[in-house]
Design a binder for this molecule. Sequence first.
Ligand code: ZN
Length: 310
Amino acid sequence: MSELIFLEPHFKEVLWGGNKMREAYGYDIPGDDTGEAWVVSTHPAGPSVVKEGPYKGMKLDALYEEHRELFGNLQDEKFPLLIKIIDAKDDLSIQVHPDDAYASEHENGALGKTECWYILDAEPGADIVVGHHAKTRDEMAEMIDEGRWDEFLNVMPIKKGDFFYIPAGTLHAIRKGTLILETQQNSDVTYRVYDYGRLQNGKPRELHLKQSKDVITVPQQPEKTEGPVQAHEGYTEQELVENRLFTVEKYIIDGEAEIENPHPFLIVDVIGGEGDVDGHPIKAGDHFIVPSGYEKILIRGDLEIITSHI
Ligand code: ZN
């Protein structure tokens, strides 16, 4: 039988990054401006690397290419998901992603990007931008052109444990004091709408207003996607979102939980506590893939985990 695939994250230093991942997860981050850990990534700009076992040292993109059987012989040319932890010490720009159809037509056949966020930690007073208040496409374009951001942006307070679904076309921004787990389509196409007038190396960063106005959904209020919390002996289970691109679930384990994997693969992100999976020790900050054919895992301990699959 195949083994669980434990991964080493790829870190990104960015202007708005922080150092929270060092303490929270014991990561050997490269600096105090580490904004992103690409924890399950086949993206050429930052693939995660297999930590141990028969494929130790292999990049996940190579593993996906050469051992497609571990992923249920998926036909997708690119691995479909990308999981990141994001530590925002400063505000990220206000942005929007296209859907598959728009990206394919306007971005050389690229995929669109639908994503979702689980709030791992938030400083007191932290907030987030999801959606906007314009009622028509004309009003949306006007509010952008006239810079009426206070009126336009839907800003919401956040706390640890909140979940946000960001389908393609949703105006969104992560803001300062936020640590999140992001599950997304494996794509990079981002249109920047507003950057708070900031300068980078003396110049404002490029905005993509035409594309943004094309793809922003109107009207747009945040969509609640979480299902009820189901209590079982030793654990609780909650579906956070299910759609045609991915299903994301949360488990809180206080004892043991058996989780089945009838999928091409199952991604497991350990976001709190410690314990073991099939006898292998795990703790907050570990991320692994349950390969195709590995039918179930037994997780024991005091743990919070997020799972995702297509
Ligand atoms: Zn985004």
